[in-house]
Design a protein around this ligand. Structure first.
Ligand code: UT7
Length: 323
């Protein structure tokens, strides 16, 4: 059977780091509160010349170099973002143009913090259906542009950045020791859409709007939703928490990550944690964390990796992939 194998990965961060202490000079917060409630120590914030497209392009170039291929070898670009440069066209076509790619198709996909998991699953299905050979999957965000910097309950939580992976169609035998994506499970429930949303949009207010979140409500649902899709992924493959080499969750809050890992019996040394350095970068958080684990030598070919995310919508999902 066809498997979507990760051929390479890369990431890009804005130039500027903003620490909790720096935020505390501008709004009524403290390093202690932010670290204790979220685990965040700092985040990267885009300068005016840095956009979702420029960060996405840089991450894409890094992933192409890591894979040892060029855009000529790519059939499709899929960009997960909730902070596009323009309402339309898709930021993915901007990245396509920046990369000098004239063939194939590029489009955006929007599932907020679950965006990367939704995008990698969509790419996997194009590959498995035989409609694409190599797909560049990017998660890129500039959430700093939709934050209400007067609202301390949200503005301290998010950051900007981008990450990318390249998936390639390769033959597998259909067993769980195959390389590539072994299974993925996506879910959404729109009845929760008022708990994490942006209060603007072209069709409603004709403005871009700002992020609004009922943090405690999101927190309340997060662990149960995350563990639900992960258990479905385990059940389908016969794999267990013991088999996992690396758990790379969406990086929203250290408390949610720790509680999920504990409930699933995933040992803490298998958890890749980057929320302290990046804050919550929405669809970029998983590929940014992948880049950290690959760069520091933890994540190696053959490792079994569990990706998971939950966010606005609500949307949530899990992917099991053998690197
Ligand atoms: O990426 C997708 C999903 N997003 C998430 O997963 C976020 C989920 N939610 C969370 O991570 C947490 O709910 C937060 C980190 C957002 C908040 O933590 P919490 O423990 O739920 O705090 P809280 O909202 O219950 O607020 C506790 C107190 C409040 O004061 P009072 O009413 O108890 O006097 C807030 O006003 O903390 C206060 N507070 C702050 N204090 C200092 C809220 N924000 C801040 C702040 N600095 N930045």
């Amino acid at each position: 059977m066809i498997r979507s194998v990760v051929l390479g990965s890369g990431a890009a961060k804005p130039r500027t780091v903003v620490t909790n202490a720096e935020l505390a000079t501008k709004i009524d917060t403290s390093d202690e509160w932010i670290q204790q409630r979220t685990g965040i120590k700092q985040r990267y914030i885009a300068e005016p010349d840095e956009t979702t497209a420029s960060l996405g392009e840089a991450a894409a170039r890094a992933a192409l170099a890591d894979a040892g291929i060029t855009v000529d070898d790519i059939d499709m670009i899929l960009l997960a973002t909730s902070t596009p440069d323009n309402t339309f066209p898709a930021t993915a076509v901007n990245i396509q143009d920046r990369l000098g790619m004239k063939h194939g198709a590029a489009f955006d996909l929007q599932a907020v913090c679950s965006g990367f998991v939704f995008a990698i699953t969509t790419a996997d299905n194009y590959i498995k259906a035989g409609r694409a050979k190599r797909i560049l999957v990017i998660g890129a965000e500039t959430f700093s542009r939709i934050l209400d910097w007067e609202d301390r309950t949200t503005c301290v939580l998010f950051g900007d950045g981008a990450g990318a992976v390249i998936l390639e169609a390769q033959e597998g035998v259909g067993l769980s020791n195959d390389r590539g994506i072994l299974t993925s499970h996506l879910r959404s429930d729109g009845s929760h859409r008022d708990k994490l949303y942006v209060d603007g949009g072209p069709s409603s207010t004709q403005t871009v709007g700002h992020l609004r979140m009922q943090g405690r409500e999101v927190f309340k649902h997060a662990v149960a939703m995350i563990t639900d899709v992960i258990e479905a992924a385990f059940e389908e493959t016969g794999l267990t928490a013991e088999d996992i080499d690396w758990f790379i969750p969406h990086q929203a809050n250290r408390r949610i990550i720790d509680a999920s890992a504990k409930k699933l019996n995933i040992a803490s040394e298998k958890v890749v944690l980057t929320v302290d350095q990046h804050g919550n970068t929405s669809a970029a958080s998983i590929p940014l964390a992948i880049d950290v684990a690959v760069s520091d030598g933890r994540l190696k070919e053959g490792d079994l990796v569990l990706l998971e995310a939950m966010g606005g919508g609500f949307t949530w999902g899990a992917v099991l992939v053998r690197w």
